[in-house]
Structure formats: C-alpha cells, structure tokens
Write a protein that binds this ligand. Structure first.
Ligand code: ADP
Length: 636
C-alpha cells in the first residue's frame, strides 16, 4: 500500500500512492475547464454511501444512528470560502479511508495514466471518459480546492471517527476526529479561481443538470433541490435524454452517452422497473477482471440491494449496465436466496427478451450503429449461441461475419443477407475458418468459389467454429466448411484450359508424395478444385477443423493434431515440373525438400508454419538452384 507511513499516536502522515499523485496532477492541469464535475463525483459517492446503509439500517439496529434521515446536505461559508458536502451514508473506517482515498484500488491505474498522458492533446471528453472508467472521481476535488478535509464516521459502532486532510501535494494526514453522527463530510477550501461554487444558484443548477436522478434529498443551504422519486419509476415521457444519460454516468462513470437504452416498466405478473444501457465501448475493466460479472444493480422497492447480480442476466449479455427494481421480492433477499428464486427467473426472462429486442431494433434502425455494437461486443454475444438454446434463432439473426464478396475488412454481413443473395441452386452456407481474415481471404480453397461467384463467410475467431457447429443450420440452409475433403462443386469448368494432364506422371508423383509426407499428411490426392494454386490442405471426413484444433492446442499442450489431406493441382506448372523432375532424380535431397515445401507453402499461407527451419532449408536449396541456373545461362 502506501510507502511512507509514520504513525504518531493516532495521527498518521502518509504519501499518496505515486499513481494517485500523477492522476491528481493531470486532473488539475488538464481538466480544468470541466471543474464543475467535482460536485457530481462527490454527490455520486454520497448517493452510493446512502444506498449502502439504506438496506442495512432497515434490519440492523446496531448501526450508528439507525434512524437518521438519508440525505445529502451542502453548506456554504462565504467568509471562510468553504463548501461542505455532508451525507448520512455508510461512512468509512480508518482502514477504509486509507484504502479508498489515497490509493487507486484499480490494478489498471498505471494503464489509465499512460492513456491519459497519451490523450493529452485530444479533446477533454476523452480524458473525462478515462477518469470515469477508473473511478478516480474523488480526486477531482483538487480541481477546485487547495485544501480538503474529509471527516467520516462508519456505520460500524466499533469504529472511531477519522479525519483525512490533504492539500493535494503528495501527502495526506489522517487522525482521530470528533464526529458523532454517521456518515461523511467533505469540506473544500476553494481556490480563489473557484469561488463560483460559493453561489447557491450555481450549485443548484449543477445539481439539476448532473444529479437529478439521485433518490435522496439533496439540500443546498437547507433547500431541497432535486426530485427524489427514483428515475426508473417515473413515466418514460417525463424523463429527458439528459437525465437518462446523467444517470448512466452515475452508474458507470462513463461520461459518454450510451449506445442504446431501454426503460422497462412491467406490472404483471411481476411488478418491476428497469433501465438498461449498452455502453458505447467495452469497459477497460474487462481487461483486468476476467471473471464475468453482471454489472446491473438490484433494488427492491426502491432500496438498493447489491451492485452486481448474476441472476438478472446470462453472462453473454454482460455488456448491459443498468438498474432493476423489483416490488415482488422481499427486502431481506440475499445472494443465496436469489439463486433459485422464481420471481428472479421471470424477471430475467423478460430482461433477456427486451435486450435482444433492443439489439434487433438497433440493427433495423441503423446497421452502422449496430456494427458499433457488434465490434465492441460481438465476441461476447456469440457465447449465447452455445449457451442459450431458447434464443438461438434470435441470436443467429444478430450475428455478423466477414465475407469473400466484401473486400472491405470493415464490412460485415448477416446470415439473412447471405441467404438472400445465395445463388438459385445453392444449397449450403459456405464458410472457411482461419487465423485472420486476410489469411483466409487468400486461401486457395476460395478459388473455385470465386470462379462461380459463390459467397463464403470468412470466420477468423476461434469461437466462430463453435458458433456454426452449434447452429448447424440457418433457416433451412446447412453450414458447410469449404476445406472438407469430400466437398464436391463439380469439376468441369474450373480447370486450366488448354493444359493436358500427364496422367501417368501425376500418379507417380502422388505415390511419391504419399511416402515422403506420410508423417505430415494423411493422404495425397489429385485436386479438382484448384485453378491458380499448386496445392491445398483439406480436412478429411470426420476430421477436426484447423480452428477447433487451435482451441484444443491452447488447452492441451500434448494434443496431436489430425493429419490433413494434401490435394495437388496436376495442371499447375510447379506440380508438372516436380513430376518431371521426379522421373529424372528420384533420390535427390532437393526433391525431398521440395515435396515438404508443398505442405509448408500451404501452412505459410495460413500463417501457421510448424517448423520454420525446414522451410528456410528448402528455400535455401531452391535459391541455390535458381541462382546457379541464372549464372550458367549468363555464362553461355
Ligand atoms: P469511485 O466512487 O469511482 O469508486 P472515488 O475516488 O470517487 O471512486 O471513491 C473511492 C471510494 O471511496 C468509493 O468507492 C467509496 O468506497 C469511498 N467513498 C468515497 N466517498 C464516500 C462517501 N461519501 N461515503 C462513503 N464512502 C465513500
């Protein structure tokens, strides 16, 4: 934790965590023009602290001041130039103050500072967004104050009240305090350029703009400013976009408006309210907290219960943020009793239906918006295909893929689009999997499809395989991998014209390659699907696709991949020449190298060469032969 702690009696002087000081400097110097957000941050913290005590005080009478009114109170002193924000929330113990105020709890804080430093010249909105994402809200007080005193008394009757004080210069002190009431009080000694915050009207207008969703009274010099009915219980037509957005910012810390929102009010069979949001960007926290959470707050009859609730939504919808408030749950619900609660199951089913409906609407309204969603969360939504059987069809309509008919790598097609533009006699939905869209798009396996103008979906993510396997069909059309050995597209019109087969030579070459490559491929065959390429590797019937093997290799290092079938194009000059060479020099070392090179040639294209040394050896001998040839030609 903090580095230089000296303890003298009950008074400690401590240094901020280095990162905190860096954040502070950035805040004070780069976000200066947005200074009013300090108030939103403090009120947001106070509102959270009130949420936390609300539920507990209903049942636990041992907390400090169990009957205290839940409210936020602002006091101005023009003479001492101070603004004090006081709440009757859950408060903090000394240990909590040290942990929460003075360190950045988040493991990603360094990353945050790096990003903030990089975005220096970019607009302020970007920086605000980052600040929200990492929850460094409290430090924004130093944008307007040069001295801050936080006094707090925890709801825990054993804990002593403490006072935290700092001038934002790298150190803070913490000492016992004389505070009788539960809650937290933050006193700001305003800087001379921030005296506007001594004006009650100015404060009221900031509160109305940024904090009108807060369900506890906010008073400025004794006068209540906000509408305390919970935002989600208000009729939809009485809530403005700004109010929804401010509420979203309060919940998530993200100052950017969400991509989509849905306000749900249900009366029968169960009474509940919800406001759901889809953030524009996947939260950075996902990078640091691999355990998926459902970050939707649960309330029961306006009382906050918990801030994440995995019973509310399946994990494949974990990008949804928001709040659910149910009237038909008991106030004493606990994480354990939620698990098999029939009310929760019904709420969850409705929420899933509404979220999927929200996505359908988004896709209908604007494909461009939908693709924003898809790029941010497509990977997550795909998990639903294999886990939510009931909604499989709806989810299939929401999938998007790259396609061989689209050269633009930012273009995506839906399965419906694919089916709509299928050729009249086409029976199947063709796809090819691989390491990257670029690698797949260059696969020789696409040649016969391009020739016939048949569309192939290019699946570059390992889970895609799993998605098509779980779906099996879209409507009436089955999925078909185009690297299957038994795939037959008919042969006639794809051959190189005017080139005669040398049947006998091809048969000899095939049997030579079978022997030479038996460790690497399961069979060698003459291909009837290639035009421009000499050879290709295909998956034998019943064999596992490359992507599936990739997944298995990741989880099992000992995994031995199934061997594929090498198909050669007997009309291709390389193959014809190799056949001729074989007749002249059956036992030469280079012909063995070159046989191997046929396989490596394909692997290189797929981006997965297993033995680069073997490739460089073969290249070495080829270049030597070619340069020798040139040198001899020049001599004669
Ligand atoms: P965030 O609110 O995003 O977590 P802050 O820096 O604003 O980040 O606050 C850090 C933590 O300090 C909060 O998560 C909370 O635990 C605690 N805290 C801040 N203000 C209060 C308050 N008024 N009452 C109780 N705890 C508070």
């Amino acid at each position: 934790m903090t580095e230089h702690a000296t303890q003298t009696g009950g008074v400690e002087e401590r240094a901020f965590q280095t990162e905190v000081q860096q954040v502070l400097n950035l805040l004070v110097h780069s976000l200066y023009t947005h200074s009013e957000i300090f108030l939103r941050e403090l009120i947001s913290n106070a509102s959270d602290a009130l949420d936390k005590i609300h539920h507990r005080a209903l049942t636990d009478k041992s907390v400090v001041d169990p009957g205290a009114a839940l409210e936020i109170d602002l006091q101005i002193s023009k003479s001492s130039k101070t603004l004090t924000i006081r709440d009757t929330g859950i408060g903090m113990t000394r240990e909590e103050v040290n942990r929460n105020i003075g360190t950045i709890a988040h493991s990603g804080s360094m990353e945050f500072i790096r990003q903030l430093a990089q975005s220096k010249d970019k607009d302020k909105e970007e920086q605000l967004k980052l600040i929200g994402q990492f929850g460094v809200g409290f430090y924004s007080v130093f944008m307007v104050a040069d001295r801050v005193v936080l006094t707090t008394r925890s709801a825990d009757p054993e804990a002593e009240a403490v006072m935290w004080e700092s001038t934002g210069d790298g150190k803070y002190t913490i000492a016992p305090a004389d505070k009788k009431e539960r809650g937290t009080e933050v006193k700001l000694y305003l800087r001379s350029d921030s005296e506007e915050y001594l004006d009650a009207h100015r404060l009221e207008s900031i509160i109305r703009r940024h904090s009108d969703f807060v369900a506890y009274p906010i008073k400025v010099a004794g006068k209540q400013v906000n509408n305390t009915s919970a935002l989600w219980t208000r009729p939809r037509n009485q809530v403005t976009d700004e109010q929804y957005n401010e509420f979203y910012t309060h919940l998530t810390g993200d100052p950017e408006a969400p991509l989509a929102r849905e306000h749900i009010i249900v009366d029968v069979p169960i009474q509940f309210y919800a406001i759901l949001f889809i953030p524009r960007q996947a939260p950075l926290q996902w990078l640091f907290t691999p355990e998926p959470r459902i970050a939707v707050h649960l309330h029961v009859r306006r009382v906050f219960i918990q801030d994440d609730c995995k019973e509310l939504l399946p994990v494949y919808l974990r990008f949804v943020r928001g709040v659910v408030d149910c009237d038909d749950l008991p106030l004493n619900v606990s994480r354990e009793t939620l698990q098999h609660n029939p009310v929760m199951n019904k709420v969850r089913a409705t929420l899933v239906r509404r979220v999927l409906g929200m996505l359908e609407d988004m896709a209908k309204r604007s494909e461009e918006d939908y693709l924003k969603f898809w790029r941010a969360y497509g990977m997550v939504l795909k998990e639903g295909i294999a886990t939510d059987f009931d909604n499989k069809d709806k989810l299939a309509d929401l999938l998007r893929f790259h396609s061989s008919l689209e050269d633009d790598r930012n273009a995506w097609v839906s399965l419906q689009t694919y089916v709509d533009r299928m050729q009249s006699e086409q029976e199947k939905i063709y796809y090819l999997t691989g390491e990257s869209v670029d690698a797949i798009a260059q696969s020789p396996l696409l040649e016969p499809f391009r020739k016939r103008n048949l569309e192939v979906l290019l699946l570059d993510e390992p889970v895609d395989e799993w998605v098509v396997n779980s779906l099996q069909k879209y409507g009436e059309k089955e999925f078909q991998a185009i690297d299957a050995a038994d795939l037959d597209l008919g042969t006639d019109d794809v051959r190189l014209e005017g080139v005669e087969d040398n049947k006998e030579q091809t048969i000899e070459l095939v049997s030579f390659l079978k022997r030479q490559l038996e460790d690497r491929v399961s069979d060698v065959k003459e291909s009837n699907r290639l035009t421009e390429s000499p050879c290709v590797l295909v998956t034998p019937q019943g064999g596992m696709s490359q992507n599936m093997e990739r997944l298995l290799r990741m989880s099992d290092r000992e995994f031995t991949p199934t061997k594929r079938v090498l198909e050669i194009n007997p009309r291709h000059p390389i193959i014809r020449n190799l056949g001729g060479m074989l007749r002249r020099e059956r036992d030469s070392e280079r012909i063995r190298d070159w046989a191997n090179m046929l396989v490596d040639y394909v692997l290189l294209g797929e981006g997965t060469v297993d033995d680069p040394q073997r490739v460089t050896r073969a290249l070495h001998s080829m270049m030597q032969a070619a340069t020798q040839h040139v040198a001899e030609e020049e001599k004669s």
